[in-house]
Structure formats: C-alpha cells, structure tokens
Design a protein. Structure first.
Length: 239
C-alpha cells in the first residue's frame, strides 16, 4: 500500500527561487527510498514540505490517507508523531543526557507539567533505554549529548525519532557529517529499522554509493525536478 504520495508539488522561495517544480512520486509502506542530487537540488525542501515544517506552494502531499497540505494544527501534531525526523547536525540538546534527549524528544512532552519538571514515567524510561541499547548506546545512556561522538549523536537522534513509534522516518543527510565507519553504522541501523520493523525510510543522501547499497529505490532530483525514479540497478551514468 502507498504510504506517501506527492502530486505536482512545487515550492517557491520568495520571487525567484523555484526550489521544487511539479514533483510527483509515491512511497510504499516498508520501502527504503533514497533521494539523491547535487547541493541545491531541492532535497531538503522536499522533506520539509512532507512534514509541514514549511508549506508547499502548490500541489498535494498525501501521507497515510491525509492531505498534509491542508491539515489543521491538531492533526498536524498527529502527523508529526507519525513522521520521525533525522537531521545532519543531529539537533540534540547539548546539556541533556542521551536518555533525556530521547525522552524529551517526544512530541507535546515539553508542554506538559511533567515535561517542564523533567519527570518521566517508568514505561517511557524503559522504552528509551531499550532503544538506546538496541542502537549500541548502552554505555552512553547518561552521558551528555555534547560528550558523544558524531555517530553516537546520530544514534541518539534515531532513538528520539523511534520513541514516538513513527510510520516513516525522514532523514535529511543523516551521514553527511560522519566518517565512513560511523556512516556505515548509521545506514545499517536505518536499513534494519525498515527491514525488521517495517518503518518506511525516505533518506536524502549525497553519497551515491550509500544510496546504491542500501535503497530499494532511488529518486534523483536536479534543479527541483525528479530526473530519475527507479531501482538501484537501473541507475546509469547519465544522471
Ligand atoms: P538541497 O537540500 O538539495 O541542497 P535545498 O532544498 O536546500 O536543496 O535548496 C533548494 C533551493 O532552494 C536552493 O536554490 C536553495 O538556495 C533554495 N532555498 C532553500 N531554503 C531556502 C530558504 N529558506 N529561502 C530561500 N531559498 C531557499
Ligand atoms: P537486535 O538485538 O536483533 O540487534 P534490537 O531490538 O536490539 O535488535 O535493535 C536493533 C535495531 O533495531 C536497531 O537498529 C534499532 O534502532 C532498531 N529498533 C529497536 N527497537 C525498535 C523499534 N521499537 N522500532 C524500530 N526500530 C527499532
């Protein structure tokens, strides 16, 4: 079944910058899809439109049966629990521990009384602990985020996204700041999250080799347009 569908999505910044022009594609449940393309192609804009961090200028984005573009505030919150975000620069709270970052990342948490006081219940703690251990961070649970390596930070970012039990992860250049070893660890985890847990991944990558190795499908974007959409073995030198 189709989880995400983009229909004629365009995005214009200001008067002159057309970041996306008539983008069409869909992603099936349980697919691992990479978006590749040069810097400035519109990849990041694309992901930000999908979870409504920004508004598309025109077109429709259907996620899990809802039109993302017309969702009201309340439904938007629900949408964002279903879509986990992973960032190039991790976006962790530096002074908080790995564990607190994961717990704190839960949507709506910061606006609750417990959230203000930093109190978490036992179930949530256990869930965070299991996720961190599953990601190989058993030794780092109480370390401050700013004392972790880049690869460890990104794994905390993944745990923070997973604690909401999302249907899909949107990953914006998740390995662009990492060395080859950490990159492999992160890509292996992301791939496993799709293969073993059925969570759909849509990943912006500028490393074509990683896209080829890990993806079920690759979408090539250039100057705001989809220029390729197919399996890794259909990639030729032309794009
Ligand atoms: P990519 O992620 O592929 O590098 P982006 O989506 O970041 O591409 O950018 C696509 C185009 O939109 C680029 O020309 C970029 O300069 C422009 N752009 C991105 N964000 C903004 C913004 N907030 N305001 C104006 N222009 C932007
Ligand atoms: P194993 O012991 O087989 O390695 P784990 O449960 O320890 O399995 O987790 C391994 C991988 O599965 C990690 O990449 C982790 O991110 C992912 N994972 C663990 N729990 C979940 C979950 N609830 N949802 C999605 N992915 C998960």
């Amino acid at each position: 079944t189709v989880l995400l569908e983009l229909k004629n999505v365009s995005k214009q910044y200001g008067k002159d910058t057309k970041a996306l022009s008539d983008v069409n594609f869909s992603v099936k449940e349980g697919e691992f899809v990479s978006i590749i393309g040069p810097s400035g192609a519109g990849k990041s804009t694309l992901l930000r439109c999908i979870n409504r961090m920004i508004d598309a200028s025109s077109g429709d984005i259907i996620f899990d049966g809802d039109n993302v573009c017309t969702l009201g505030k309340k439904n938007l919150k629900t949408l964002r629990t279903k879509i986990g975000m992973i960032f190039q620069h991790y976006n962790l709270v530096k002074r908080l521990s790995a564990m607190e970052n994961v717990l704190h990342g839960r949507l709506g948490y910061k606006s609750t009384f417990a959230g203000v006081l930093g109190i978490y219940n036992q179930d949530e703690k256990e869930k965070a602990l299991n996720l961190l251990e599953g990601l190989g961070l058993g030794e780092q649970i109480y370390k401050r985020a700013d004392q972790l390596s880049g690869g460890q930070k990104q794994r905390v970012g993944i745990a923070r996204a997973l604690i909401q039990e999302p249907k899909m992860l949107l990953c914006d250049e998740p390995i662009a700041s990492l060395d080859p070893n950490s990159s492999k660890v992160i890509m292996d985890h992301l791939r496993n999250i799709t293969t073993s847990y059925g969570i759909t991944c849509l990943v912006n990558l500028h490393q074509v080799d990683a896209a080829l190795k890990y993806s079920d499908r690759i979408i090539g974007v250039n100057q705001g347009k989809v220029v390729f959409d197919g399996a890794p073995d259909e990639i030729t030198d032309e794009i």
